[in-house]
Design a protein around this ligand. Structure first.
Ligand SMILES: Cc1cc2nc3c(=O)[nH]c(=O)nc-3n(C[C@H](O)[C@H](O)[C@H](O)COP(=O)(O)O)c2cc1C
Length: 343
């Protein structure tokens, strides 16, 4: 950190203190769980660098999650969390695996916690973090006993809601930040933005895109190259073209796969019009189109037909660099911004 940033560094540490205490980390930066990317290596690297890594369970079986947590523990003695998707058919077994390993923080994604899941997670002594896509839901989650919230805007990579980070932060932080720690996510690429959200009352931030192409990330070199080449406008949200065929928007780099998805929707809609396919089957075809697509891009390196999920901050990913360097840079930028405020 530069010598000019000592006041800034102090101010930053003070603003992050609550988030650090909640997470048990040195800096209040969560590495947002990214399916296929956030496995033992990246998660341990983020936690070892002072941040808070989160394993993406995604569609893993309980046995695979068990092995992944054990392997992560072998690489770091720092705290890390586990992200579980509410729709997973074995959610409660996965919760028990987290309990078995004494995982301190569970992040539940994909909607409100299903009945019994909050008690199951907290029954193991873990803290529960949930996504709040609107102020009303933030209040409801707090009432139900959630320990912390992530507020994630539509600039983010992966599955997204309709509202931007800046608007969600303005709506939610003033109302609930005094009650539970709130971490802001989506579109954060530099430390100045982190300083801004901390000033607004955030306890910390969550970043995904900035870490996906890190040296320690196991993503295929093609996936990392695509991130390094891309600019903000290349990270586009998938579009639903027929009201009968629901599509949960996903932000990813535009490629042939995205265009083929649009063509597929048109083809299925035409089949529906012609009566050659039933509604349920048509919706299933759309839902299943992307199954395995993220894996194809991250692991196999097929960045043309796979899903290269990335947020708009992808333009600020300019090289492959170690996680520690990324975190140091973000912290120095945030401290510098706060130093200027002091002046
Ligand atoms: C490749 C990729 C995969 C992701 N997978 C998941 C996931 O499995 N579960 C989840 O809750 N969020 C997922 N996310 C969202 C991240 O956890 C994080 O919240 C988001 O990337 C933050 O916004 P940013 O991309 O602008 O930094 C994913 C994001 C990316 C880029």
């Amino acid at each position: 950190m530069t010598s000019t940033s000592s006041i800034g560094a102090e101010r930053l540490a003070r603003r992050m203190a609550r988030g650090c205490e909640f997470l048990g980390s040195e800096v209040a930066i969560l590495g947002g769980a990214m399916s296929w990317v956030s496995e033992r290596n990246l998660v341990a690297a983020i936690s070892n660098a002072g941040g808070f890594g989160v394993i993406a369970c995604g569609a893993m079986s309980p046995a695979l999650l068990d092995a992944e947590i054990a392997a992560t523990k072998a690489l770091t003695d720092k705290p890390f969390g586990v992200n579980l998707i509410t729709m997973h058919p074995q959610l409660f077994e996965l919760i028990d695996i987290c309990g078995k390993h004494g995982v301190g923080h569970v992040v539940l994604a994909g909607g409100l916690p299903p009945a019994g899941s909050l008690d199951a997670i907290k029954g193991h002594g873990a803290k529960l973090i949930c996504f709040a896509p609107a102020l009303s839901l933030a209040k409801k989650l707090i009432r139900s006993g959630v320990d912390a919230l992530v507020v994630e805007g539509m600039e983010a990579g992966g599955h997204i809601g309709p509202v931007s980070t800046s608007v969600l932060a303005q709506e939610i932080l003033p109302e609930v930040a005094s009650q539970v720690p709130v971490f802001v996510a989506g579109g954060i690429g530099r430390g100045e933005a982190i300083a801004g959200y901390l000033d607004m009352g955030a306890a910390g931030v969550q970043l995904g895109t900035r870490f996906a192409a890190a040296t320690e990330s196991i993503a295929h070199p093609n996936f990392k190259k695509a991130f390094i080449r891309a600019s903000a406008r290349d990270a586009i949200a998938s579009v639903q073209i027929d009201p009968r065929l629901p599509v949960i928007p996903v932000r990813a780099l535009k490629n042939a796969g995205g265009e083929l998805f649009t063509a597929k929707q048109r083809e299925v809609a035409q089949a529906l019009d012609a009566g050659s396919v039933e509604m349920a089957e048509a919706q299933l075809q759309i839902e299943h189109y992307w199954a395995g697509a993220l894996r194809r891009a991250v692991i196999d390196g097929d960045v043309e037909h796979g899903s290269v999920m990335a947020g708009q901050s992808v333009g600020m990913v300019t090289k492959e660099e170690p996680v520690a360097t990324i975190i140091e840079t973000l912290m120095a930028e945030a401290a510098h911004a706060l130093e200027k405020r002091a002046a």
